[in-house]
Ligand binder design. Structure first.
Ligand code: MG
Length: 299
């Protein structure tokens, strides 16, 4: 397996912890200067949401099968489903149908005739970037099919590719500029090409939270959150807490934006880059650590 075990554990813990840290702020903000205070007022036990539960499903399925099996992954999503995790109503409906035995490609179209372009595929996709880091053709193919299980719209699938390809670039030791160039070579929709240009521009100088929201967005749509997470990661670099704080300050769909940016930052910083006092407070952190190691060994 390419990459270090530490980048695998950093990525999954970074995702789960980002989700848990961002969740209390979901739907609010932007927070500007207060964010430091808010961050210090988090509950002692950090609970993750649907983002992490589904990312666990992705990682479990890849590890169990030693590769990608869409039917297996879809079943795993349905089996892991816990209604207390804050799933969106569309995903609840799709997973309910899958649980009752409806094939996923029929279930997703029954619920979303045009395909959903929410960020529900991008939020869980990071483990695919870890597992298929070296094979970019397969990475894209698997990212798209794995997204389709619940989110079968080009914008949802390319939002997920933004995250998986960036994870892969980090694992392959690429610089942020190289990752942006690679993404421009593989992304096909105008929507995301424009967002990649906006990220490059925003990174050139300090940018206000308002400008970031205006150029990149902070909503539950894939195209208005995956680019925001990529930007936040590139701004925060290997400073994991700073990256998460930046995502919280942007507000909006904070759990998902923090989860996506947290996965990228954690992959770059490695396990050692995530503060142990935060890991200790994270629900199921031992299970997530074991799963990341299992995924590392499964490749
Ligand atoms: Mg969530």
């Amino acid at each position: 397996m390419t990459g270090s075990e530490s980048s695998f554990t950093g990525c999954l813990l970074g995702l789960a912890l980002g989700d848990a840290l961002g969740a209390p702020f979901e739907g609010h903000g932007p927070f500007a200067a207060e964010v430091e205070t808010l961050f210090n007022r988090l509950p002692p036990a950090l609970r993750y949401t649907d983002d992490t539960e589904m990312a666990i499903g992705v990682a479990e399925s890849l590890a169990a099968k030693g590769g990608f099996d869409a039917e297996h992954m879809a079943r795993r999503f349905a089996e892991n489903f816990n209604p207390a995790r804050g799933y969106g109503p569309g995903t609840i409906a799709v997973l309910g149908m899958i649980k009752r035995g409806v094939p996923w490609h029929a279930a997703n179209r029954a619920v979303f005739p045009e395909g959903s372009f929410g960020n529900g595929a991008a939020m869980r996709a990071a483990p695919i970037g870890l597992f298929f880091a070296e094979d970019l053709e397969r990475l894209k193919e698997v990212t798209f099919i794995a997204s389709s299980i619940t989110h079968d719209h080009a914008l949802a699938k390319e939002g997920a590719l933004l995250i998986t390809h960036a994870v892969s670039g980090i694992i392959r030791g690429r610089s942020n500029n190289e990752i942006l160039d690679e993404l421009s070579g593989t992304i096909e929709t105008e929507e995301y090409r424009g967002k990649l240009d906006a990220i490059r521009e925003l990174l050139k100088a300090p940018a206000s939270t308002e400008t970031v929201i205006e150029r990149l967005g902070h909503s539950v749509l894939a195209q208005e959150s995956a680019p925001t997470a990529l930007y936040a990661y590139m701004r925060g670099g290997t400073d994991y807490p700073e990256t998460v704080r930046l995502c919280i300050s942007i507000g909006g769909d904070t759990d998902t934006i923090c989860a996506m940016a947290g996965a990228l930052s954690g992959a770059r910083a490695g396990f050692e880059g995530i503060p142990p006092e935060l890991i200790e407070r994270l629900e199921d952190s031992d299970r997530i650590l074991d799963l990341a190691s299992e995924l590392y060994r499964a490749g």
